[in-house]
Design a protein around this ligand. Sequence first.
Ligand SMILES: *[C@@H]1O[C@H](CO)[C@@H](O)[C@H](O)[C@H]1NC(C)=O
Ligand SMILES: *[C@@H]1O[C@H](CO)[C@@H](O)[C@H](O)[C@H]1NC(C)=O
Ligand SMILES: *[C@@H]1O[C@H](CO)[C@@H](O)[C@H](O)[C@H]1NC(C)=O
Ligand SMILES: *[C@@H]1O[C@H](CO)[C@@H](O)[C@H](O)[C@H]1NC(C)=O
Length: 293
Amino acid sequence: MLPVLGIQVLSLLTVAVALRNISIDDSFGDESTHDVPTYTPPSKWTVSGRATPNASLAYKGTWHDTTSHPLDANHTASFSFTGVSLYVYCIIANTPPPGQQFFDTFADYIFFLDKEWVGNYEHDVEKTHDFFYNVPVYVNQTMENKLHSFSIVAHSNDQPVLLLFDYAIYTSEDNTGDATSSARKPKVTSRETPNVENGPESHVYLGTIVCTTLGGIAFLLCIGIFIAIQVRRRQRAKGISGQFPLSNCPDENAIVIAHINNGDTIQQLRQTIQDLRAEKRVLWAAMPPPRTL
Ligand SMILES: *[C@@H]1O[C@H](CO)[C@@H](O)[C@H](O)[C@H]1NC(C)=O
Ligand SMILES: *[C@@H]1O[C@H](CO)[C@@H](O)[C@H](O)[C@H]1NC(C)=O
Ligand SMILES: *[C@@H]1O[C@H](CO)[C@@H](O)[C@H](O)[C@H]1NC(C)=O
Ligand SMILES: *[C@@H]1O[C@H](CO)[C@@H](O)[C@H](O)[C@H]1NC(C)=O
């Protein structure tokens, strides 16, 4: 049981890398660091413009609005974060609703990650008055876990561009092991199964067999030794080998010589040898049969 438990504890420790999604709101900023994105040039960005999305459908009820014209300096929103994934969400406008002020609707955005160009997003006006909410304009799930800088630029060389920046989400890798995190790498689960079922359990099973076998052999040896001692005691009581302990004799010939030297009769020698053979038979019978595994 203990090795099995050990493996399970070990695999729990290896999944302790917790992933957590953290949002960066356009107005309230990073919910963890409270850093608020920077908007350049500041005078070209507003929190409400001609385009009027439904605030209750925007993240935290806010967005940042800018319209960039072809000859303008780039209109840029920037923020930093430490994470392995990034999702950037905008509100996308379509045909301005009738009776409302006209506004530009074309979307043409350029993305910079760590000052490198990493992509574009374009959207042409559609025949609807609806705004599109929570549109992921840029997604990157293959980032190194380090501090990154990100910029979204509204820019086109041939027509005005509308950018309604709503929020971003990044995935942070928390190595301190946040037990409440719901996100665990699924491959870890599949790795646990074969180890626990084929590894330690079969070792435990083998161990049980070996222990049982050794226990049986020890038990049989004990019985054999007990019988041998009893036989010796009886022989001593008859006075046959009392003056000459059998354990001192390496073999039967030695006994013969010893007894002749002692001047015993042939009759006594025969008796001694017979008893010795009987003792040998008992010992052989007490030994366990040879193992055939
Ligand atoms: C983070 O958010 C993205 C986009 O909503 C989602 O696909 C991903 O599963 C989330 N990750 C975690 C760890 O919650
Ligand atoms: C804004 O969205 C909410 C939630 O869907 C809805 O109840 C409300 O009627 C909408 N407001 C307008 C002006 O469309
Ligand atoms: C605006 O961004 C584009 C695309 O990165 C770049 O080529 C251009 O030089 C930028 N213009 C200014 C004025 O920074
Ligand atoms: C994601 O970010 C890395 C740099 O961390 C970059 O090399 C890669 O091109 C980016 N992928 C996408 C789809 O933008």
